[in-house]
Design a protein around this ligand. Structure first.
Ligand code: DSN
Length: 417
């Protein structure tokens, strides 16, 4: 169909599909959703306007749309707060959910604008230490509207230093603290963050965009009931479409939800909401639990193999889906490494490491993630091969073309979903 309507776009999409089929995708924030999720994105729902919330819309004709959104909301609550996630999560708080945010950055911005007044202080991990632009970086609106105070990783262990976070909170008295990161390979102690937030009467926002699939699969501690608000994108480890979900305490709903609509957005994307509902159903299965366990096993195997090959890893390893590699001892910068690996058929992103002495455009590190290759069915054996190829390519870039052929051979055995 697309081929007939627009051969040029059809050709480019085909090339992109072939590209993915033939590469090892180690971008930690990407994943390959199921055929069902992808199919829904081009369903009739793509045409529908439905400003408002289920049961309270601006237009008529909303029965099916309401049912879809309510189902997505119910599944989100069941997945993160249902019986599989029992324990402290069900400690008497009423949680409510909004599946309308178009993506993570606007969702975070809506939360900040809903809970705070412009000029209020927020506290977050520095971008260069693994934080995120939407956590108050000066080039983001979140950093222009609020005063950001950053905490940093401990220089020696390269992990969160909860005592330093607590001292900084007591000194700066932020109104909101953010826990949750884009390039942090270790587990987050949300309970400890709650204690810190309580000590200064701050809100706690858990941004679990990177790890929500791991939380759903039971391989990372849950932010419930410790956070006041939890935000996740839906397309990373959770393996859904591009979108986001906010879950907050009921008493905060009237502050936050109006910032999504009508504050920032118009009509929600109903095709995305339906696809999120399907992804949430998929994420509640035993197969998904196994998948999330394998993501972590794969990241840990990749980490161990890289260490055997002389790479230094930030914090010495990983507990989650990503590995942050310091390339300093290999005599190659992050940008050059990214380019050499791309020539070898291995796609990664250059990344700052904590206390980096190089620039963001050519930092000292690369970030490697296992969600996408685990979706393709790769396991420990393949991680060993991949670590070996990364080492060979960076030691001797001339081998890139040969490695690329081996990568393609491996990829043939692991089709995209
Ligand atoms: N761009 C995403 C990441 O790579 O972590 C976060 O927005």
């Amino acid at each position: 169909m697309i081929k007939k309507a627009d051969p040029k776009i059809a050709e480019l999409i085909k090339k992109e599909e072939e590209h993915h089929q033939n590469i090892i995708n180690l971008i930690a924030s990407e994943n390959y959703p199921s055929q069902a999720v992808r199919e829904i994105l081009s369903s009739i729902l793509v045409m529908k306007y439905s400003e408002g919330r289920p049961g309270h819309r601006y237009y008529g004709g909303m029965k099916n749309i309401d049912d879809i959104e309510e189902l997505a909301e119910k599944r989100a609550l069941d997945l993160f707060l249902g019986k599989n996630q029992a324990g402290p999560a069900s400690s008497g708080v009423n949680w409510v959910v909004n599946v309308q945010p178009l993506s993570g950055s606007p969702a975070n911005y809506a939360i900040l604008r809903g809970l705070l007044n412009p000029g209020d202080t927020i506290m977050s991990l520095a971008l260069a230490h693994g934080g995120h632009l939407s956590h108050g970086a000066h080039i983001s609106l979140s950093g222009k509207d609020f005063k950001t105070v950053n905490y940093f990783l401990d220089q020696k262990s390269e992990t969160l230093d909860y005592e330093a976070v607590e001292s900084l909170a007591k000194k700066e008295k932020p109104k909101l603290i953010i826990a949750g990161y884009s390039a942090y390979p270790r587990k987050i102690d949300f309970k400890r963050f709650r204690e810190i937030a309580d000590s200064v009467q701050a809100y706690l926002l858990a941004d679990i965009a990177h790890i929500s699939g791991l939380i759903a699969g039971g391989v990372h501690p849950s932010p419930f009931p410790f956070a006041d608000v939890v935000m996740t994108t839906t397309h990373k480890t959770l393996r859904g479409p591009r979108g986001a979900i906010i879950i907050c305490k009921e008493e905060l709903k009237d502050k936050i939800f109006p910032m999504i609509f009508p504050g920032l957005q118009g009509g929600p994307h109903n095709h995305t909401i339906a696809a999120i509902a399907v992804a949430l159903k998929e994420a509640s299965t035993a197969a998904f639990r196994k998948y999330s366990e394998q993501i972590v096993k794969n990241a840990q195997t990749l980490a161990e193999e890289l260490k055997k090959n002389g790479f230094r890893l930030v914090s010495g390893g990983t507990d989650n889906h990503l590995v942050l590699v310091d390339l300093t001892s290999k005599g190659v910068g992050g940008l050059e490494a990214q380019e050499i690996l791309e020539k070898s058929g291995i796609v990664v992103n250059k990344n700052m490491i904590p206390y980096d002495t190089r620039s963001p455009k050519d930092p000292s590190g690369i970030r490697l993630g296992t969600p996408a290759i685990t979706t393709r069915g790769m396991k420990e054996k393949e991680m060993k091969l991949i670590a070996g190829w990364i080492n060979e390519a960076l030691n001797d870039p001339i081998k890139a073309e040969t490695i690329r052929k081996n990568v393609q051979k491996l990829c043939k055995r692991f089709p995209l979903p």
